[in-house]
Structure formats: structure tokens, C-alpha cells
Ligand binder design. Structure first.
Ligand code: ADP
Ligand code: MG
Length: 310
């Protein structure tokens, strides 16, 4: 399909009734309304074939879903509201049309679920695999974005949902297992925690927040670094989902897209229908410590996903 025909086709699919998108696909820029008293949030993330997905493991709907979910999760982590998305695609030329069709189906189903229209993008030919870049524009009441840098010693550390399921699925895929995507939905169709982020921000409950994309040990490390604090984590409190999830995958496995936040306030056991678990405490120390069930302490080192690590 030629570029113009492809864009027209995407444009028809991306119809957007009554949203923040005042002008969408078809002009030089999109025009997006931001509610008065809000400021804009912008996030961008690559989804690259061979790095973030494999065509033989991930059905196209899952690739489209995960592409947008990464961006939505970043907006959730700031306590924001997603308003519009932009999708830049570089496609290798022998790509079957059905692949792109199903990719967009997965992308647009999630976009519709969160009322985030596809407002633009770019399309080019890729010399290699499928390359997708997602931009999500969101908004948050002025001055209310929840930063990574707000954690203070004595704050409790919480996570939403359960951890490690996505990494456990990835391990099975690596081992050559054929899996049902709808059964292993935590990996193939993760749910960004927009409603929890909004609730935490609205009730002023979180002092700092980050989404868990690279793994608990790595992302908690980012939050500690930005806040210039340390952390103690209780291994037996980390919520896993099933017998498939080891402590290692819950600690270091990526792509759960849950939220990790800190608070000095009383936090309910569930928010917006999602379980909230207290897993540790922010400390004055310069590093992170893991305490096991018998009280033994050991250093907790970031060991999640990292690009360019050899
Ligand atoms: P320009 O050269 O001015 O950037 P393009 O021809 O690249 O314009 O794009 C035309 C319109 O189509 C723009 O509104 C752009 O945002 C949109 N568009 C292009 N590719 C995509 C895509 N993959 N997904 C969504 N919108 C797209
Ligand atoms: Mg362009």
C-alpha cells in the first residue's frame, strides 16, 4: 500500500467523536485542547521488532495494544489524563497487509477503551523490522503531576496489582512454548493503571510515583535516585500472581505496567478496583535493601531490563 493510501486508511479507522482532538489526521499538525487550569504531559516510547516484540511470539493485536499501553502507563504514572496519541510507523516492505490491520485493531481498541484518539503520526519504509514510536499527550491539573522525586524517608512503598506475570510469560515464550495470548493477557494485553493514577493524584495520596516497565528493582532504583533516598523492601510482601511467578521475576521482570508509589498517608487496600500492597519503606540510606521472610537483609540491586547492557 502506498503511503498516502495507508494514511487515508488509518485516518478512516481513527475517527474520533468528541474528544480533546480539535484537528486530527490530515493537517500539518494536530490541534489538541487542554482543559483550562491543566498543563500538558508528553511521553514517547519505541516499540521495536526484535527488541520489544517478536512477530513469531506476539500477535499483531498484542503489538499494537502494548505499543499504546507503554505510553498510557507513563501518563498514569504522573497521575494524568491521556488526551491524544501519535503513532509513527516504519514498516518493512514485504509486511502483509493483514499484519498492519490487526496491529491497528489492537491499538485502536485500547485507544477507544481509554478515549484517547489517534491524532497523527508518520509513516515510512523500514530497512529492517517493524519500528513503532508512540507519543501520548496528556494533561494534569497545574502543579499536580506526581514526580519520581517526591519520596521522603519514612514514606511507605506501595505497588498496584501483581508483579512478575509478564516476565514469567516471556520466559515461557523463550523456552519455545506456544501460548494463548488471551490467557496470558498480563503479558500480551497489559492494562495501564490510568484510574489508579488519577485517584492517587486527586486524593493527594502519593508523594512519588513511577510505572513498572523495566522491573521493580530497576524502577524503584530510578525513584530512589530521583528522590535521593534509599529503600527497604520485604520480599514476602511482593504480590505475585500465580505459582509460575518466582521472586526473581517479581523483583526484576519488566512490562507489568503496574504503578509503584510512595506515601506518608493511610492508603486503602484497593483503589479504582485495583489491589494496593505495601511492600516496603523509604529510608535515608543511599541504597536499597531486600529483607527475606526470616529477616535476613541483602542488597537489592537494579537487575531489570536495561538497553545497551552487555
Ligand atoms: P507531513 O509530511 O506534513 O508530516 P504526512 O504526509 O507525513 O504529513 O502525514 C499526513 C497526515 O497523516 C498527518 O496529519 C499525520 O499526522 C498523519 N499520519 C501519517 N502517518 C500516520 C500514522 N502512522 N498514524 C496516524 N497518523 C498518521
Ligand atoms: Mg510527516
Amino acid at each position: 500500500m502506498a503511503e498516502k493510501a495507508l494514511i487515508n486508511w488509518v485516518r478512516r479507522l481513527a475517527a474520533r467523536p468528541r474528544t480533546a482532538v480539535l484537528r486530527g489526521i490530515g493537517d500539518d499538525c494536530a490541534v489538541i485542547g487542554v482543559p483550562s487550569g491543566h498543563e500538558a504531559l508528553v511521553t514517547t516510547d519505541f516499540t521495536l521488532e526484535g527488541v520489544h516484540f517478536r512477530r513469531e511470539w506476539h500477535p499483531p493485536e498484542s503489538v499494537g495494544h502494548r505499543c499504546l499501553a507503554r505510553g498510557l502507563s507513563d501518563i498514569a504514572a504522573m497521575g494524568g489524563e491521556p488526551r491524544a496519541s501519535f503513532l509513527s510507523l516504519a514498516l518493512p516492505s514485504p509486511l502483509p497487509h493483514a499484519w498492519l490491520d490487526r496491529f491497528l485493531e489492537g491499538f485502536l481498541a485500547l485507544a477507544q477503551q481509554f478515549n484517547v484518539p489517534l491524532a497523527g503520526g508518520d509513516t515510512a519504509e523500514s530497512p529492517g523490522g517493524v519500528l513503532c514510536d508512540i507519543v501520548v499527550l496528556g494533561s494534569v491539573p497545574r502543579g499536580r503531576a506526581i514526580p519520581r522525586s517526591g519520596a521522603r524517608p519514612g514514606d511507605a512503598i506501595y505497588v498496584t496489582g501483581t508483579l512478575g506475570e509478564s516476565a514469567a510469560t516471556l520466559a515461557q515464550l523463550r523456552a519455545g512454548r506456544k501460548l494463548q495470548p488471551r490467557v496470558h493477557s498480563r503479558h500480551f494485553f497489559p492494562t495501564p493503571r490510568i484510574a489508579v493514577g488519577r485517584t492517587l493524584r486527586g486524593r493527594g495520596l502519593a508523594s512519588a510515583m513511577i510505572d513498572l516497565s523495566d522491573g521493580l528493582s530497576t524502577d524503584l532504583g530510578h525513584l530512589c535516585e530521583e528522590s535521593r533516598v534509599g529503600a527497604t523492601v520485604w520480599a514476602d510482601r511482593i504480590p505475585g500472581e500465580s505459582s509460575r511467578v518466582t521472586l526473581e521475576s517479581a523483583l526484576h521482570g519488566g512490562e507489568d505496567y503496574e504503578l509503584l508509589f510512595t506515601s506518608s498517608r493511610r492508603v486503602p487496600q484497593a483503589l479504582a478496583g485495583v489491589k494496593i500492597t505495601r511492600i516496603g519503606e523509604i529510608t535515608k540510606a543511599a541504597s536499597m535493601v531486600l529483607v527475606d521472610a526470616s529477616g535476613r537483609r541483602r542488597p537489592l540491586r537494579p537487575a531489570g531490563w536495561e538497553h545497551f547492557r552487555r
